[in-house]
Every structure is written in structure tokens, then in C-alpha cells.
Design a protein around this ligand. Structure first.
Ligand SMILES: Nc1ncnc2c1ncn2[C@@H]1O[C@H](COP(=O)(O)OP(=O)(O)OP(=O)(O)O)[C@@H](O)[C@H]1O
Ligand SMILES: Nc1nc2c(c(=O)[nH]1)N[C@H]1C(S)=C(S)[C@@H](COP(=O)(O)O)O[C@H]1N2
Length: 178
């Protein structure tokens, strides 16, 4: 039996991390993955403040120590002074994947005119793919619906975990098998 794929779910929010409001972002990411994935997986969840050092440390820990092959972040992608998730992501990645940000903004623009305000991106650290999502919990499905079809193959290419999806939720496309 293969081990379940470990997936990091990181909520970056000053207010959710301080308990001002309940974190709905982490549960929304978990709910989307539970619907989409048919292979076993396990969440490794964190709720942290919009602090660049803390975000970088958390991403390194999830990738290098917790063996997460995929990490989703939500929040901190906008233009406000404390929005630094994309900078933290880029700082810990070896390689950026700009197509993710481009496609997520294009998909979100069909839902909200403020989609361009997200600087969300994605990148690779070793064998881990990190994807930024906006903080609004409803943005999570908008963005994952758009980019997840290419994500299992991206993980294949970097030596990450094998993920299969329910085609009724997300039609993953692999141009060739491993
Ligand atoms: N993790 C979350 N859980 C629940 N709601 C959230 C979460 N993150 C954001 N939101 C909601 O989306 C709105 C916009 O998110 P945004 O990331 O801009 O928050 P913010 O104003 O930067 O504050 P904070 O970083 O403290 O969440 C918030 O006002 C809040 O209503
Ligand atoms: N799908 C989707 N994308 C979205 C939004 C949204 O509500 N839905 N909000 C936008 C807004 S208003 C902002 S400021 C940016 C950045 O949000 P963040 O700082 O919470 O990550 O995401 C944008 N992208």
C-alpha cells in the first residue's frame, strides 16, 4: 500500500490566526481536495499571521520536514502592506510556475472584477509544488477548478506524489504516463 500523499494547507491571515474570526480557508481547501482526489491523502494544516519570516519557515517546514509534496496557501496575495505570501513563496522556491497565477487570475476575473489585485503565484521547492490562493474562502474553488487539472502531471514531473482525481470534479490531464 502506498502512503497517503501529504498535502500542506496553510491559512495566512492576521485575523484568523489571532482568533478574531474562524478560519474558513483551511476547511475550504480540505473540502475541495476531498471532493477532487480519489487517491489517499492527508492534510497537514497551519494557520499563521501575515508575517514573511513565519510564512517562509512554515513553507520550508512543510516541504522539508513534513514531506508535503503539495502545499496550498490561502491569503496574503493582495496589494496591502502586510500581504507578502507571494514574496515568501518565491523566497523558498527554486523555480517559479507563472502559468498558475496567470490562469487563476483569468478564472477569477469571471467571478470578481478585483481578481487582478491578487499577486498569487506558484513555485517548486525540491519535490514540492506550492500554490497560492486568495484569502476569500470562495476563491479557493474558483482557482483550484482552473489549475488543478494540470497539477497531478506537474507533481509527476518533479518526483512528487501520485494523485488521481474524480473526473466529474476535476479532469486531470496527463500527456503521458510515468
Ligand atoms: N481564513 C479566512 N477565514 C474566513 N474568512 C476569511 C479568511 N481570510 C479571509 N477571509 C475573508 O475574506 C475577506 C478578505 O480577505 P483578506 O485576506 O483581504 O483579509 P485581510 O483584510 O487581509 O485580513 P486578514 O489577513 O486578517 O484575514 C476578509 O475580510 C474575510 O471576511
Ligand atoms: N476568485 C476570487 N479571486 C479573488 C477574490 C475573490 O473574491 N474571488 N478577491 C480578490 C481581491 S478583492 C483581492 S484584494 C485579492 C487578494 O486577496 P488576498 O490578499 O486575500 O489573498 O484576491 C482577489 N482574487
Amino acid at each position: 500500500m502506498t502512503e497517503p500523499a501529504r498535502i500542506g494547507l496553510v491559512t495566512v491571515s492576521d485575523r484568523a490566526s489571532a482568533g478574531v474570526y474562524q478560519d474558513l480557508g483551511g476547511p475550504a481547501m480540505a473540502e475541495w481536495l476531498s471532493r477532487a482526489l480519489v487517491t489517499p491523502w492527508q492534510a497537514v494544516s497551519r494557520v499563521i499571521s501575515d508575517d514573511r519570516e513565519i510564512i517562509e519557515t512554515t513553507l520550508r517546514d512543510l516541504a522539508d520536514t513534513e514531506s508535503c509534496g503539495l502545499i496550498l496557501t490561502t491569503g496574503g496575495t493582495g496589494p496591502a502592506p502586510r500581504d507578502v505570501t507571494p514574496e515568501a513563496t518565491e523566497a523558498v522556491c527554486d523555480k517559479m510556475m507563472p502559468g498558475y497565477g496567470e490562469l487563476m487570475r483569468t478564472a477569477s476575473l469571471k467571478v470578481v472584477p478585483t481578481a487582478i489585485l491578487s499577486r498569487q503565484t506558484a513555485g517548486i521547492r525540491g519535490r514540492t509544488l506550492i500554490i497560492n490562493l486568495p484569502g476569500k474562502p470562495s476563491a479557493i474553488a474558483d482557482c483550484l477548478d482552473a489549475v488543478f487539472p494540470a497539477t497531478p502531471y506537474c507533481l509527476d514531473l518533479i518526483g512528487g506524489p501520485w494523485l488521481d482525481t474524480d473526473p466529474a470534479v476535476c479532469a486531470a490531464f496527463r500527456p503521458k504516463k510515468k
